[in-house]
Ligand binder design. Structure first.
Ligand SMILES: Nc1ncnc2c1ncn2[C@@H]1O[C@H](COP(=O)(O)OP(=O)(O)OP(=O)(O)O)[C@@H](O)[C@H]1O
Length: 227
């Protein structure tokens, strides 16, 4: 589902954020990406949804060479990928329903279909009763659930979560990770979670890729250690 071949990313400033990285993530895998601050984790995921483009090497998502996608096709390509951030990024003046529906309105989905899909994801994330609430009326964990619902409502092939539990307490973090696991299991979505949270990585024992200084330091699928 995701393949990197000798990928190097050098920013305009000269910073080499990734250095000759190669990896393969199969459809339906659940993978943690860990590593110290500045290691290149966010750069790695930005290359996947073409927020950034590799300086050299190739990035494939669902068989597509990401660099070759024409600019006007990028929004269509991004529908294959749901992204969730640490700070939720919900629209404050829109309700939970509207925040999620917004992701579908841009795709010209008929209204009846939108309602059905939003209800289905709200049920999946356990917030059926919050459809009419505004983000500020929800806890951090609930807001992250809405962000996850929005990210998966288009049924993406890949779900990327960049520090999804960064602002949450340990119990709520656990619930969010369990929700991401459920999505991985129920929808067969390939899930990538960037995290600093060692407890989570140790507890859930999934494939873990550690990036350091722009290189893959260990990958548990290749027999490396977790931390
Ligand atoms: N747009 C940019 N322009 C120039 N340098 C950048 C840019 N984005 C990131 N960098 C640099 O690239 C390196 C890798 O950054 P990146 O954000 O990928 O690290 P990270 O592992 O996600 O860090 P953190 O855990 O702190 O989020 C860092 O040295 C960073 O300063």
């Amino acid at each position: 589902m995701i393949k990197l071949e000798n990928v190097t990313k050098v920013y305009k400033t000269g910073v080499r954020a990734l250095n000759d990285v190669s990896l393969d993530i199969a459809p339906g895998e659940f993978v943690y990406v860990i590593g110290p601050t500045g290691a290149g984790k966010s750069t790695f995921i930005k290359l996947l949804y073409r927020e950034e483009v590799a300086t050299s090497g190739k990035v494939f998502v669902d068989g597509q060479d990401v660099k070759k996608i024409k600019n006007w096709k990028v929004p269509y390509f991004r529908r294959k990928i749901g992204v969730v951030f640490q700070n939720y990024r919900l629209l404050p003046k829109k309700t939970v329903f509207e925040n999620i529906a917004f992701a579908l309105e841009v795709t010209d989905t008929p209204k009846v279909e939108i309602r059905k899909k939003v209800r289905r994801v709200l049920e999946l994330v356990g917030l059926e009763d919050k459809a009419n609430a505004f983000p500020h009326e929800l806890s951090g964990g609930q807001q992250q659930r809405v962000a996850i619902a929005r990210a998966i409502v288009n049924n993406p092939k890949v779900l990327i979560a960049d520090e999804p539990t960064g602002n949450l307490d340990p119990d709520t973090s656990k619930e969010i990770i369990e929700l991401l696991e459920k999505i991985n299991e129920v929808n067969k979505t390939t899930v990538l979670v960037v995290t600093h949270d060692r407890d989570i990585v140790q507890k859930y024992k999934k494939r873990t890729i550690r990036i350091e200084d722009g290189c893959i330091k260990t990958d548990t699928s290749l027999g490396g250690y977790n931390i």
